[in-house]
Ligand binder design. Sequence first.
Ligand SMILES: [Fe+2]
Ligand SMILES: [Fe+2]
Length: 327
Amino acid sequence: MQTPRNCPERELFIGVYATKLKELSDTPYCSRSLYELERMAERCLEAMEKAGEGDRSWLERYLSHVVLRQGREGFRSWQLIKGFDALRDTAKRLPNVLGSFVEADDLVHWAIVRFAQLYEELQSIQGLTRMVESLTMALDSKEQYTSSHCRSVQKITEKIGRVLGIDVGLAALLHDVGKIHIPDRILTKRGPLTGQEWLILKQHPYHSFRIVCPINPEIASVCLRHHERPDGGGYPLGETEVRVEANVVAAADTLHAICSRRTYRNYQRLDVALQAIRRSRGKQFLPSVVDAVEKAYGDMAGFLASFGPPATHGDDTHATNSQPRAA
Ligand SMILES: [Fe+2]
Ligand SMILES: [Fe+2]
């Protein structure tokens, strides 16, 4: 049962909790004004009261707010846990505000566990985002084309993935990050690659896997397989059981490779790219992925066309390669 807002015991609860936070000298709480901490204590108390009445959605929202705001402000998780200990101590000292101490203690315990889950989720999302940013920046400095290619493939992948109801945007962004390990002389070579150079280039999915795996094995698995084919003619594994997520990235990869101008080949129209995808149905691409590309065609056309008109002066020196080079 919620106590009236102007109840002296409730005001005392807010004051005691805020003071306990203020006295946590090894946390950022100690540098906050007492007024700010009182407002925070009041919001927390309201959420706890609602939870005590059986509605934990307020407390869930309050915890999400704390995790997002204070996580961003540089609080460490143990410092935030100390804040919850202060709440527990206050509930123990003033048991009439939040019902029996046993109930309040259970609630605080639930809040701490839920908070820890939310905090961990935030850290992993922030960590992943930071990693992706730093890796794409590293690609920027390695080769401008690969970096912009990865961002474009991400956009195309999202459009195809939307048709299939899957989200592989991050894998698309990182699929070629392993090219960091491929020598520039191969990445930017004008003219056909030698057999030895192809062998080196074909290692890039494995390098992508090695880089991404420690952060997210699921995304790394898609990166590893973005050149696999249902007919077994892909690389580096030669698997015939092709993952749909990886095959969507492969289709987007091919669409962008055909439609953009490269050092070794000119831009081609989207309908040419689409025909290439159709011809590879069941060979390079899963039928479900080809169907999804057809459905996403209208959504993709404008974006792919933005890569520019065909160049008028040729550097089409890769005519000996019937397919776009591994992109
Ligand atoms: Fe690629
Ligand atoms: Fe690739």
